[in-house]
Design a protein around this ligand. Structure first.
Ligand SMILES: [Zn+2]
Ligand SMILES: [Zn+2]
Length: 328
């Protein structure tokens, strides 16, 4: 049984998965996807970072420093210190991976979702003895509507605002959400969106990897010629909206797209790239896992839901100080 614990990231035997920072004195690191809280790479010569080619290309859009990278495609087994790893798409963003260790002794989902989107199929549920599952939305108040229904609402809202000659400003994370919004704008609103610089480069990586988004243009003093603008959500504030209204000569209608309902005062759609509470439970149940370790977000609360609702051993990963699970 491979050993697993939380130590400057998730440590499986001697390999660190998604390191918390660059301080771990190990040589092999796996990066599950390009979001910055998971992709902490360093240029230290003795460290090697294993990831999918898509993840590498996305990281390169914001990180110009060189690091030792080894590209591993999906469903190709590789071994590090006699532990076998294999990547499976997690349905979260381009290149995002779940990790199967030793054929299912351990499965780590990292960030995943179990819904199809306009860009990706949902994650495959892997059979596991021990499951390490992300628990970002591991609380029952986080149950999202069907994605198709959310798309319909976005389409209806967007078309109405456009009919009133407004400039639509859509806030979505630069990697993942913004590409889905680019596609939605093309597909449902029949509009070529302008995108912020931090979105333009990831958009190109998606396109090059064969995930078609439709057309898009870089925001560059060309606001008057377009009707949809996509920016990262943290830029969406009253000052920016005023500035956009002045430079476009139109009223702005804005919305953010996120599973979190913490964007006060702004219209929002619960379009999430994470599993909601029901999807998390479904994964645990169908994986057949005997032991579950929860990681991120509502880790404590979700572990207790798993014990109560499914009768399966579960606890937060960062509380597992012992170096193996025999005394689970
Ligand atoms: Zn993520
Ligand atoms: Zn995450």
């Amino acid at each position: 049984m491979a050993k697993i614990k939380h130590e400057k990231g998730v440590l499986v035997e001697d390999t660190v998965i998604d390191p918390d920072n660059n301080s771990a004195k190990k040589k092999n690191f796996i990066i599950t996807h390009a979001h910055s809280d998971h992709a902490k790479v360093s240029k230290a010569k003795e460290k090697t970072f294993f990831m999918t080619p898509e993840t590498k290309n996305l990281i390169k859009t914001r990180n110009t420093k060189e690091f030792n990278v080894k590209e591993i495609p999906f469903k190709k087994k590789f071994s590090l210190d006699s532990t076998e790893f294999e990547f499976f798409h997690s349905g979260h963003i381009l290149g995002s991976t779940q990790i199967r260790v030793n054929g299912g002794e351990i499965v780590l989902t990292s960030d995943f979702k179990l819904t199809d989107s306009v860009l990706f199929d949902k994650a495959e549920i892997l059979q596991a003895e021990t499951l390490v599952i992300e628990s970002t939305f591991g609380s029952p108040e986080y149950v999202f509507p069907e994605r198709k229904k959310i798309y319909e609402k976005i389409e209806k809202w967007g078309k109405q605002e456009l009919k009133e000659n407004k400039l639509l400003v859509l806030g979505g994370y630069s990697i993942g959400k913004a590409q889905e919004l680019t596609k939605l704008s093309n597909k449902f609103l029949d509009e070529i969106p302008l995108v912020h610089q931090t979105i333009f480069e990831p958009n190109k990586v998606y396109e090059k990897s064969g995930t078609k988004l439709g057309k898009f243009e870089l925001l560059n003093h060309n606001l008057k010629e377009f009707n949809v603008l996509i920016i990262p959500p943290h830029l969406l504030n009253p000052d920016l909206i005023t500035a956009l209204e002045i430079s476009s000569g139109r009223k702005v209608s804005s919305a953010v797209f996120s599973g979190w309902n913490g964007f006060r005062g702004t219209k929002s759609f619960p379009l999430s790239d994470h599993a909601d509470f029901n999807q998390l439970l479904k994964y645990v149940k169908e994986s057949g896992a005997k032991n579950v370790l929860t990681n991120h977000g509502f880790a404590e609360q979700f572990a207790s839901s798993i014990r109560r609702k499914l009768g399966v051993n579960a606890r937060p990963l960062n509380k597992s100080s012992q170096s193996n699970l025999l005394d689970f």
